[in-house]
Design a protein around this ligand. Structure first.
Ligand SMILES: [Mn+2]
Length: 460
């Protein structure tokens, strides 16, 4: 992209703080409006932009794309945008989500009575293209498999960096993104879309279940308002859950049930894991697409095991090879930032040229990410995966996951040989920790006894 050419993401026009305060004080209260002034300035620009373009929307259809595998934040944002577009006269608004990967999300879709359309076959051909909780262009990273579009009407997302979105749009020949709200500084896209919907006065038209769905979006993306939640996330969660009816539905969504297979995946992951120092890699084997999010849950759990800095889970779905990575550098005494470089190296070496690998850097110490590598025709023919195939079993799929696990560990050993300082404390962390006298403090002794007990349980 030449820096002089006009940007694809049309820069929003921002109002003065006076105008922004006046619009949002009634919704958030004076103090909260002041606390959130920056993001509210963006919400105000979204409100004005949508209003000014009402003539484009009226009588027309709209597509709202999410990630291929929809999560609560994406679905909550989508139904909020749908309400806004309908209030501006849109004839039909379709939510385009390829699949769901978690039982909680099936429950959400059922309770909020959402109809999800296939992102390719189910789109309105002449509709305005919108995107929530993920950024253009379609067909990359978590929208792999979605046919591209060249013009976007409205985008709201808190994940990608605006400069990266601009660059990727240029590479994929996107012509224009008319109303881009990307790289939002909020814990959830749903919080942003809730305040936009409130500006349009459409919140009260939502059903209790729809409000609960949006609240769950805020809740899950901020780990129950504990991780990366901004004042806007807190406030919008409170606004959405004011009625008892909404609270009851939200409680039901939080208290979801998992299918019995869920624990087969976990058991396979912990039985097959490769542990090298502070690195745990768990091959899971075949995972049904509707259970796909268990791979990320396994990665989270690996990182929870004491003394772990990197947790990687590998599974195969009918979509492809799915890898989920979690890293935490708090155990590393020096230069905690190097965890990002180690993960970068690992992904580039083990999966060269694979588009779709992406990870959020959450400095100073957390890295989260994942990717889906499409299956080759040979793998498809050999494995003959069907939706009903046996999950997490032995066989060629698990063998392939194990092979990938070994490759990742080998790549780390190579990096250690090349740059020992980068890898200090990662592959050899357990050995280093065992040198610490166990009776150093009473607290430490207690913890290490507990950890030994858990390790035995996991290995059996
Ligand atoms: Mn999100």
């Amino acid at each position: 992209m030449s820096p002089r050419s006009s940007p694809i993401l049309v820069p929003p026009r921002y109002a003065t703080p006076f105008v922004v305060r006046r619009k949002f004080q009634g919704i958030l209260g004076k103090r909260r409006a002041e606390e959130n002034l920056e993001v509210l300035t963006q919400a105000h620009a979204a409100y004005v932009g949508l209003k000014e373009n009402a003539s484009l929307i009226r009588g027309r259809g709209a597509n709202v794309f999410t990630q291929w595998v929809g999560d609560p934040d994406a679905l909550g944002s989508a139904l909020l945008l749908r309400a806004v577009l309908k209030s501006l006269g849109a004839k039909e608004v379709r939510i385009l989500t390829g699949s769901l990967g978690h039982p909680q999300n099936y429950k959400l879709v059922e309770l909020a009575n959402l109809t999800l359309h296939n992102p390719n076959a189910g789109r309105l051909r002449t509709g305005l293209h919108c995107m929530v909780d993920t950024s253009p262009p379609l067909g990359m990273t978590n929208t792999t498999g979605v046919d591209p579009v060249s013009e976007y009407f409205f985008v709201a997302d808190h994940h990608a960096d605006p400069a990266d979105v601009e660059e990727n749009c240029g590479l994929k020949k996107v012509k224009r993104v008319l109303l881009p709200f990307v790289g939002l500084e909020v814990g959830s896209t749903s919080a942003f879309m809730t305040v936009v919907a409130a500006a349009f006065e459409v919140l009260e038209q939502l059903t209790a279940a729809e409000k609960a769905a949006a609240a769950l979006g805020i809740y899950t993306d901020t780990s129950a308002l504990l991780h990366g939640a901004t004042p806007l996330d807190f406030k919008m969660f409170e606004v959405l859950t004011r009625t008892e009816e909404t609270q009851v539905i939200l409680d039901e969504l939080r208290d979801y049930r998992v299918p019995p297979e869920w624990h087969l995946y976990r058991a396979a992951a912990f039985r097959n894991q490769e542990v090298t120092g502070a690195v745990r890699v768990a091959p899971v084997g075949f995972v049904r697409e509707e259970h796909r999010d268990v791979i990320a849950e396994v990665a989270n759990e690996l990182l929870r095991v004491e003394g772990t800095s990197i947790g990687i889970a590998i599974g195969v779905t009918t979509r492809g090879i799915e890898v989920s990575i979690r890293a935490d550098s708090r155990l590393l005494e020096q230069d905690q930032q190097r965890i990002v470089r180690v993960i970068d190296y690992l992904l580039e070496t083990a999966f060269p040229g694979v588009s779709g690998f992406k990870h959020d850097r959450q400095p100073p110490h957390r890295v989260e990410g994942g990717a889906c590598v499409p299956l080759t025709p040979d793998q498809r023919a050999e494995w003959r995966l069907e939706a009903r195939s046996r999950v997490a079993g032995n066989g060629p799929v698990l063998a392939h996951c194990k092979e990938l696990a070994r490759m990742l560990v080998a790549a780390l050993h190579d990096l250690e040989a090349l740059e020992p300082v980068e890898m200090d404390g990662l592959l050899s962390a357990v050995g280093a920790r065992e040198k610490i006298p166990v009776d150093e403090t009473p607290g430490r002794r207690k913890r290490s006894t507990a950890s030994r007990g858990r390790k035995r349980a996991n290995q059996s």
